[in-house]
Structure formats: structure tokens, C-alpha cells
Ligand binder design. Structure first.
Ligand code: SER
Length: 814
């Protein structure tokens, strides 16, 4: 295999620049030359119809649709022409090449598309003749290795054959090199909707007519032959595919071409694979350094023993995709394009670990080589490569934690699949069968060995990894289903995965999540324990949480009793567990769960676990950030994200609440009580609490009152509260028997609310004990006394200050 170096006459950088310069120098009959328009980002943040930028024309879509603002940079291109090299990703969505990457020599998830455009300016003739001029005269490609296709028409859609294009090609190429093509190959569409039109593809035959017998490759065009490949597509945009599928003619006709840079470079460097060019050579060298694997040898399929070269191709392709996508603002996640990126990353990491013996971290180490070799053409790569590297490293580490266990589970699942497939087999005589005393397990082992060696074994049925195992690999170990399928395909004998069954389990899990069962959505950031989950907790012997420590809020230690992923209870969670939010249940807590209008606490849980390196090694545990705390039937769910490490059931954790948030909430809660009292003093006894919200940054108090509160009344209320704050009154809280507490003069309870017995009494300026000693005393009418389970400051001065910002009716009489 020739090893291309940058001393090659056509390094990729020169090919790219030559293309751009060629079209810049082509002003032609139109009003202006081709403007260089830099590549748009590979993450089309403003086009919800696309996962990733999949073609150079994406950024020009508004011009084709006549929607570009004439005063904008895009709008000014109308009637003109443009050229560039566009960063593209084809993974997920309509144009998806992910499954082919690594297996052949010319598919990529990330590639560069060289393109030229006419926006209502020149059309077919110029586009095709300039294309031929560039390929044959500038790049020196022999004409007789080129083949061209044109659209044969589709009568059922009223689409005519593209005779004009056919005839242009016939004037440029031998007639036998001009071929008709159908909708699939010769009608290009950007996505389910968007600009589209008939297209004409240029294909190149790597072998050529010099081959013995004077080869004509026409029959190999569009058949997936690695030596006959499409290099350039010229699309004649004339329609918009609308929602619902109709094709609506556009007011003007446009040209949109796209040529795969990597393919063109492979042709000009005279190698048989894109991966044998200087585009990939530096990345392969970096992979070799990072993993210590043998050098890349370019082997394919069965010849690629141990899938080593496949792994090289996959990893090199995928690091380009991840580096560009993250640079342009995407991040691996559980949703949408983020999940496509996560799948791509996990695919690469698994190949590296399993095929090349790489260590976790190898993948992120490849970012610099991509930046170094592509940073000149795409300067954005140089802005903050450390950020890109960090994001990839964190993802890699988190998947790395479950990867080995997932691979082990896969092997077990495969063993079971084989057992199922051969349990009913009649072993043919050809297989040495051993003595009758041979036990059944030994027999099984031998049959498996035969299978592994691809010797003839009669199977009673296919070897199928069960849907349950595939689901578990996804759910617990973070193996995307396509990764499991890929691992099955790597076996030397045929193994499949029950994907329909897996889809069913996924759909059921999602449905369960949706339909009032255990509720969990990343979008709402909520996890809820429903009746079923609560019953399961009780069945597991988990008791409702003791939350007495919430009132003092100081750090405590507690034991993890259950880990809830929104659907099920897990034994452990780590950042690779593939869930966005997790709910942790402990035996006791100092966190305040959202209740009675008071917002929940936030904070963190820290696990320290004994490890070999010391009795209390932080790294052996984990850290969990608590974003929300909710109570369900006495079970307090600490909801949040694992920040690092892992948490297991049975772990001893330290609970620390966010004291800043807590004290801001406490101030507002005590102020709410003072406001309640001030309202009664100013507006009279008719004022009854109808609801409240106590947040860290504000409070809201709903009360019954038949008319708007006058400005002077508001001023008086505000004054009363401030006076109480200034008076620095003590705030007291104690439990009391309900019937005694209820008799306290001036007590404020919310009408219709049922209170526990004993009930917690919060009073300001008078000790609860004193109230209970003399409940009917008229003295208490001047004090705030409420049944309340919330958290408060110790004395009113701590509130600081108080201001009313608005007063309005939220309902009639409220
Ligand atoms: N948009 C067309 C394609 O992607 C030509 O660039 O093939």
C-alpha cells in the first residue's frame, strides 16, 4: 500500500483549495463570480428538520425557498453563485452512513463536501461542463474512467426524464458511460421536507479500461462496488418537498453540487481507499501511538483478523465527527443529536478497547491530531480544543466504567443464545461425540468450540440474543442497540439480536414512563414514585424516610436504601447508566422535601467507600448532586445527577444541604408568617390563607379578601412586617397535641387542611410552651402562630428586610 505523505502532489489541502479557486475564477455569463462562503456549522442549530448538516446546500435552503432576507448576506447571493468546502455529518436522519463506516473503504460519518451553487443563475450546461473541465483538465482524471447518470423520470409523480442532462453528458462522455437512474439515485432530497430535484451523479472507476479485456464499469455503477464510486452529485433544484409529501415547483431553478473530498483525494493519490490518503494517515499514526496496536494494514472483512483495521477506520472516522460536532456546539447526551453522538462515541470506544487493547482516555487523546491537520481549513477547531477533549474524555470515562461488564454480559447472553439454539440439535456423527460418560456440559462446550471454528454443526434454530439481554445491555450498561447488533455481527457464525423484541421493551418502558406509572421525563426534569413503585419499595423492605433532621439541616450520615431510575430500582448508578435523572432514597435525611408551599432543598450526597488504597478513599465512592427533593407516601426522593463515581444500595453517604438556599427559603418562610399576621391586623379577621409559595428569591401569599387592597393598606402591611423584623423576635417551633394546639387563641390554620396529630406549631415572639400552658389568653392575638411543617429562621432579624412588589387578584375573592 503506498503511504501518502504531504509531499504527494495532491495533498488534501491542495485538492480543497484547487476546487475553491477553480469556481472562484468562473464568473461565467452571470452577474458575478462564485463567492467563497465558509462552511456552516455541522450542527444546524436553527433548522429543526435536520440532526446534522448533511450537505453543503443546507445553509442555502432559505435562498432556494425564496425566504432569505434580501438585505442579509444570504439574500445578497440571490441570482449569484457560491463555492466552499462544507463540514458534513451523515449519521442518524435521512442520510445515515453510520452502519457502513469501518466495514468499507469509502463511507464516513464525517466528511467534507466540496460544492458549487447557482442561485437562479447558471444551470445544467455550465454545471456539468465546468465539472468535467475541473476533473479532467485541472485534476487530470482520464475521461474514460468517468460515468454519469441522469434522472430517468417518474411518471407516477408526473416527473419527466431529464433528457437535457443526458444530452449534455453524451457530448462529453462515450455513450455507454451515460446511464439512466431512478428516484432513489437520481432525485436528491435534503430530508423529509425541503428543496429537491433531479440529479446527475459522476462516478469513477478505479480500475479503468486499461484492465485486461477493456473493462466497461457501467454495470457496476451504484452497486456498492468499492472500485466504482460516486464522486460528485449535481442537483438541479426545482421543487420543495412539503409536509405531507407534495412536490411544489420553486419560482427559480438552482444548481447544488457536492463532491466528497476524501473520495476525490483517494483518486488523485491513486489509492484504493479513502483511508489510505493523507486525510487519515496522521490519525492512524496517533491511534497507533495511543493504543500500542500494530500499524494499520488496510484489511477488510474476513481478511481483517480481529477487526483491527476496521477498528482503526471506525475510530479515525468517529474522532473527526466528535471533534467537529462538539466544537460546533453539540454535546453527547440522551436525546436527539446528542444521542447520535453518544452512540458514535461508544462505538469507537468499544472498538478501541476490545480490538486494539486501548485504555480509557485513548479516544480523547486523538482530538489534537484532528485539530492540527484540519485547523487551517476550519479555524474554529483551534478556539478551545481543551474543552472538546474534556467533554470526550468524560463521556469516554463514564462509558468505560460499564463497558467491561457490558461485554461480559454480552458474552453470557451469547452463551445462552447458543444454548437455546443447540439444545434441540441432533449432533451429526461427524462430530466426535466422546464416551457416553461425558457429561452434558462438556458436550455443550465441545459443540460451542465447533461453532467457533465454523465447523459444520446442525443447529435446531438461529442464534438470537434475547430482547431482554439487549434491553439490559442498553438500560444498565449503556450499550446502544446498534452496538449490540454490531457485536453480534462480528461473530464468525451468524448471530442476530431480537431487535423487534427490544423495540417492544423500549416502547413499553417509555409508555410506562408516560402513562401515569412511574413518571420520568428528562424534559420536565421530574421523577415521581407512583403507587406501583411505592408498593415495590415496601415489598423490598424499604421504610419511609425519617426526616426529623431536616429542621436543623446540619450534615448527617445515612444509608442508601434504593436507587430509582424513573422506571425501576437499580442496585447502583453511575454516569454511564444512561439515565438523565436519578432518585435516591435513604433511611433518613436532613433535606427538606417540597411541601406546604415551601420549595425543596438542594445539596449533595457524598459516598466514601473503603478501598484497597485506604480506608476512606474518596475516589472509591461517588458524588451526587441533589437538585430536587420530593416526598411520596413518606419516601423522600433525592432527585438529581451523579457528578462522579458511583452510588450503590447500602452505601454510607454524607448529606450536605445547600445552606445558602436553605437560609434564603427560611427567611421567606418566616416572612410569610409575618405577612399573614400583618394582613389580619390590617384587613381584618376575614383574611384566610388560600395558598403560598416560599422560594429562595421571593414569597407569594394567596389570601381571601373581597376587594383589591388599597395602596395605603399595602403600605401599612409592609410597615408591620418590617417592624416585626426589626423587633428581632424569637421564632419557636414545637410539636403539640392537635386538640390543645387548636385551642390557642389567634392560631392561623389553613381552612380545610387536615393536620397531623401531634401537630407542629410555629410561633413568633412567644414560646410554644407558654401558648400551650395558657391557650386561651388574649395575649397571643398579637403573635404569629401557625401550624407549619416548614423551616424558619431563629429570630426575625435574620430575615433582613421585606418589601411588597405586587398585589393582584388571582381568582374571584382571592
Ligand atoms: N446536495 C447534494 C448531495 O448532497 C449535492 O451536494 O449529494
Amino acid at each position: 500500500m503506498p503511504t501518502p505523505t504531504s509531499s504527494h502532489p495532491w495533498p488534501a489541502s491542495r485538492v480543497r483549495q484547487t476546487f475553491i479557486d477553480f469556481f472562484r475564477s468562473k464568473p461565467g455569463p452571470g452577474p458575478q463570480g462564485h463567492s467563497f462562503v465558509p462552511s456552516s456549522t455541522v450542527v444546524p442549530l436553527d433548522d429543526p428538520t435536520l440532526l446534522f448538516t448533511n450537505a453543503g446546500m443546507n445553509q442555502f435552503k432559505p435562498i432556494f425557498l425564496g425566504q432569505a432576507d434580501p438585505a442579509s448576506n444570504l439574500g445578497r447571493l440571490r441570482g449569484g453563485r457560491a463555492v466552499n468546502s462544507q463540514k458534513c455529518i451523515r449519521a442518524g436522519g435521512k442520510h445515515n452512513d453510520l452502519e457502513d463506516v469501518g466495514k468499507d473503504t469509502y463511507h464516513h460519518t464525517f466528511f467534507e463536501m466540496l460544492g458549487n451553487w447557482s442561485f437562479g443563475d447558471y444551470f445544467k450546461k455550465e454545471s456539468i461542463t465546468w465539472g468535467m473541465e475541473l476533473l479532467t483538465r485541472v485534476f487530470g482524471i482520464p475521461r474514460d474512467r468517468l460515468y454519469a447518470t441522469y434522472f430517468q423520470g417518474e411518471p407516477s409523480l408526473g416527473l419527466e426524464p431529464d433528457i437535457e442532462t443526458r444530452d449534455i453528458w453524451k457530448s462529453l462522455l462515450p455513450e455507454s458511460h451515460v446511464l439512466p437512474g431512478n428516484m432513489k439515485d437520481n432525485f436528491w432530497e435534503m430530508g423529509d421536507t425541503g428543496p429537491c430535484g433531479p440529479c446527475s451523479e459522476i462516478h469513477y472507476d478505479r480500475i479503468g479500461p486499461e484492465a485486461r479485456g477493456g473493462r466497461n464499469a457501467a454495470s457496476l455503477v451504484n452497486t456498492g462496488d468499492p472500485d466504482v464510486l460516486e464522486i460528485w452529485n449535481h442537483v438541479f433544484i426545482q421543487f420543495n418537498r412539503e409536509d405531507g409529501g407534495t412536490l411544489k415547483p420553486l419560482p427559480a431553478r438552482h444548481v447544488d453540487t457536492g463532491m466528497g473530498l476524501e473520495r476525490l483525494v483517494s483518486i488523485l493519490q491513486n489509492v484504493r481507499s479513502n483511508y489510505d490518503t493523507d486525510v487519515f494517515a496522521p490519525i492512524f499514526a496517533a491511534i497507533e501511538r495511543a493504543t500500542g496496536a500494530r500499524s494499520y494494514m488496510g484489511r477488510l472483512g474476513q481478511d481483517d483478523d480481529g477487526n483491527i483495521d476496521t477498528a482503526y477506520r471506525v475510530i479515525a472516522d468517529h474522532i473527526r465527527t466528535l471533534t467537529f460536532a462538539i466544537t460546533d456546539g453539540a454535546t453527547p447526551s440522551n436525546l436527539g443529536r446528542g444521542y447520535v453522538l453518544r452512540r458514535i462515541l461508544r462505538r469507537a470506544v468499544r472498538y478501541g478497547r476490545q480490538m486494539l487493547g486501548a485504555r480509557t482516555g485513548f479516544f480523547s487523546q486523538l482530538v489534537p491530531v484532528v485539530v492540527q491537520h484540519m485547523g487551517e481549513a476550519y479555524p474554529e477547531l483551534r478556539k478551545d480544543p481543551a474543552r472538546v477533549e474534556n467533554i470526550i474524555r468524560e463521556e469516554e470515562e463514564s462509558f468505560g466504567r460499564t463497558l467491561d461488564r457490558g461485554i461480559a454480559l454480552f458474552e453470557d447472553a451469547l452463551d445462552e443464545a447458543i444454548d437455546r439454539a443447540i439444545s434441540r440439535v441432533r449432533i451429526p456423527r461427524a462430530i466426535p461425540y466422546g464416551s457416553p460418560s461425558l457429561d452434558a456440559r462438556e458436550e455443550l462446550r465441545r459443540v460451542k468450540e465447533k461453532l467457533a471454528k465454523r465447523e459444520q454443526v446442525v443447529l435446531a434454530g438461529p442464534i438470537v440474543i434475547s430482547s431482554e439481554d439487549a434491553f439490559k445491555l442498553h438500560d444498565t450498561y449503556g450499550f446502544p442497540i446498534d452496538l449490540t447488533v454490531l457485536m453480534a455481527q462480528e461473530r464468525p457464525y451468524k448471530v442476530t439480536v431480537d431487535v423487534p423484541g427490544y423495540d417492544g421493551l423500549m416502547a413499553a418502558a417509555k409508555e410506562k414512563a408516560r402513562s401515569g406509572g412511574a413518571k420520568f421525563t428528562a424534559a420536565t426534569g421530574r421523577i415521581e414514585l407512583d403507587a406501583d413503585a411505592i408498593a415495590r419499595l415496601a415489598h423490598m423492605g424499604v421504610k419511609p424516610t425519617d426526616d426529623i433532621d431536616k429542621f436543623h439541616g446540619r450534615d448527617i450520615r445515612a444509608t442508601v436504601k434504593a436507587i430509582f431510575n424513573g422506571l425501576n430500582f437499580d442496585e447502583h448508578t453511575d454516569s454511564a447508566s444512561n439515565v438523565d435523572l436519578v432518585g435516591i432514597i435513604l433511611d433518613k435525611t436532613n433535606f427538606y422535601a417540597e411541601m406546604g408551599g415551601q420549595e425543596h432543598d438542594a445539596g449533595r450526597l457524598a459516598v466514601t467507600r473503603e478501598s484497597r488504597s485506604g480506608p476512606s478513599d474518596l475516589h472509591a465512592g461517588g458524588e451526587f448532586r441533589v437538585d430536587s427533593v420530593q416526598s411520596f407516601a413518606g419516601y423522600i426522593l433525592h432527585i438529581g445527577h451523579l457528578v462522579k463515581g458511583e452510588i450503590r444500595v447500602g452505601d454510607d453517604v454524607q448529606l450536605s444541604i445547600d445552606h445558602g438556599r436553605r437560609s434564603a427559603i427560611a427567611s421567606n418562610h418566616t416572612a410569610t408568617h409575618l405577612l399573614n399576621l400583618a394582613l389580619r391586623e390590617t384587613l381584618g379577621d376575614g383574611v384566610d390563607q388560600k395558598g403560598s409559595l416560599v422560594a429562595p428569591d421571593r414569597l407569594r401569599f394567596d389570601f381571601s379578601h373581597p376587594r383589591p387592597v388599597a395602596p395605603e393598606e399595602l403600605a401599612a402591611i409592609e410597615c408591620t412586617v418590617r417592624d416585626q423584623i426589626d423587633a428581632n423576635q424569637g421564632v419557636y417551633a414545637e410539636s403539640a397535641p392537635l386538640f390543645v394546639a387548636k385551642s390557642v387563641n389567634g392560631l392561623r390554620a389553613v381552612f380545610g387542611e387536615t393536620y397531623p396529630d401531634p401537630v407542629r406549631v410555629v410561633s413568633i415572639g412567644a414560646r410554644v410552651r407558654d401558648l400551650l400552658d395558657d391557650p386561651t389568653s388574649a395575649l397571643w392575638l398579637d403573635n404569629s402562630i401557625e401550624f407549619c411543617g416548614g423551616t424558619h429562621v431563629q429570630s426575625t432579624k435574620a430575615i433582613g428586610d421585606f418589601a411588597l412588589t405586587s398585589e393582584e387578584a388571582v381568582a374571584k375573592g382571592v
